[in-house]
Write a protein that binds this ligand. Structure first.
Ligand SMILES: [Ca+2]
Ligand SMILES: [Ca+2]
Ligand SMILES: [Ca+2]
Ligand SMILES: [Ca+2]
Length: 320
């Protein structure tokens, strides 16, 4: 070639295979033949070089990405899902082995992984009964170069977790042909009969999704103030006792269907119409408001209550 370069004008032409996003497809032959043209007394003469034919090896590469953002869960929640996208960023068709891990460190708890599901119908969302449960070595997803598959990893959240704790779930995807040190050659295992070569991604990639616990907790504090018939605070027959029940909801999220009840103590009489919620009078009847006095007890239905709020129920009794 060097002699030809020196001999005259070189008209080299490289293969014009269109470039894919991840490079030339594995197995492609890159043929290169050069020509040299030079002048002679009878006109130009052209000679050709031999053809150099190179087969493109298969680069094994993969990327993985968990759908972003914290996933809110409550203690003991089941069937909580993290969606991952696995992309074959190599230049040939490849099968990928998937491994989920709920026991990673660097967080507050370990989600218990229950199953990995492949987006078999390719619509990007989980379809119960339609998308296939992944079984390693049985239905390892096969991806063409530059294509992706969604993978859904399901977990159960431990009962013992508390508000604001975080737990991560990892998913690893590794090329089935081989992974490890970049540049490692797996002879003859590339698409199209060439070698497979571990790419810059090590042909193995891991990402994680994160669960964060949202748990509301209620605390109920009861207090009493006394007013006796003489303008003092002694407990004597005829004294009025005002009970105050303060429900404090802490943590985050919402406490479901909160109800506060209090049985009227012995030796006292409920003072009709004395029940209040946050200072607003509630009727004793079971009617349109949330308070009821029945069967010797007051009951107030607060319903779903957000963390960070306090509700105050009060009522009066008279000492017999
Ligand atoms: Ca392959
Ligand atoms: Ca963990
Ligand atoms: Ca689907
Ligand atoms: Ca009422």
């Amino acid at each position: 070639m060097k002699n030809l370069l020196a001999a005259g004008t070189l008209l080299a032409s490289l293969s014009a295979t269109p470039a894919l996003a991840q490079g030339t497809r594995a197995g492609t032959l890159i043929d290169n033949k050069a020509t040299a043209t030079y002048g002679t007394p009878s006109g130009d003469a052209t000679i050709e070089s031999n053809t150099v034919s190179l087969k493109v090896d298969e680069l094994l590469d993969v990327t993985i990405a968990a759908e972003g953002g914290d996933i809110t869960v409550s203690p003991g929640a089941t069937e909580r899902m993290v969606k991952f996208t696995v992309t074959n960023s190599g230049n040939g068709e490849e099968a990928f082995l998937l491994t989920a891990n709920g026991n990673a460190g660097g967080d507050d708890f370990n989600p218990a992984v229950t199953r990995i599901v492949l987006d078999s119908n390719g619509n990007g969302t989980y379809d119960e009964g339609e998308d296939d449960v992944y079984v390693s070595g049985t239905n390892d997803p096969v991806l063409a170069s530059d294509t992706s598959i969604a993978v859904f990893v399901f977990s159960t959240i431990p009962d013992s977790v508390t508000d604001a704790q975080r737990g991560i779930v990892e998913l690893n995807a590794a090329a089935k042909t081989g992974s490890g040190t970049a540049g490692t050659i797996i002879a003859g295992q590339g698409e199209g009969g060439g070698n497979a070569v571990v790419g810059a991604t090590t042909a193995s990639a891991t990402d994680s999704g994160r669960f964060v616990v949202s748990q509301a907790t209620a605390r109920l504090v009861k207090a009493a103030t006394v007013a006796d018939p003489f303008g003092g605070t002694t407990i004597v027959p005829g004294s009025t006792v005002t009970y105050t029940l303060t429900a404090e909801i802490t943590g985050s999220g919402t406490l479901a269907n909160l109800r506060v009840a209090d049985a009227i103590p012995a030796d006292t009489t409920y003072q009709a119409g004395s029940m209040t919620l946050d200072g607003v009078t509630l009727t004793d009847a079971s009617d349109g408001d949330v308070g009821t006095f029945a069967s010797g007890a007051i009951a107030v239905t607060l319903g779903n209550t957000n963390a960070g709020t306090s509700r105050v129920v009060a009522f009066k009794v008279k000492v017999k």
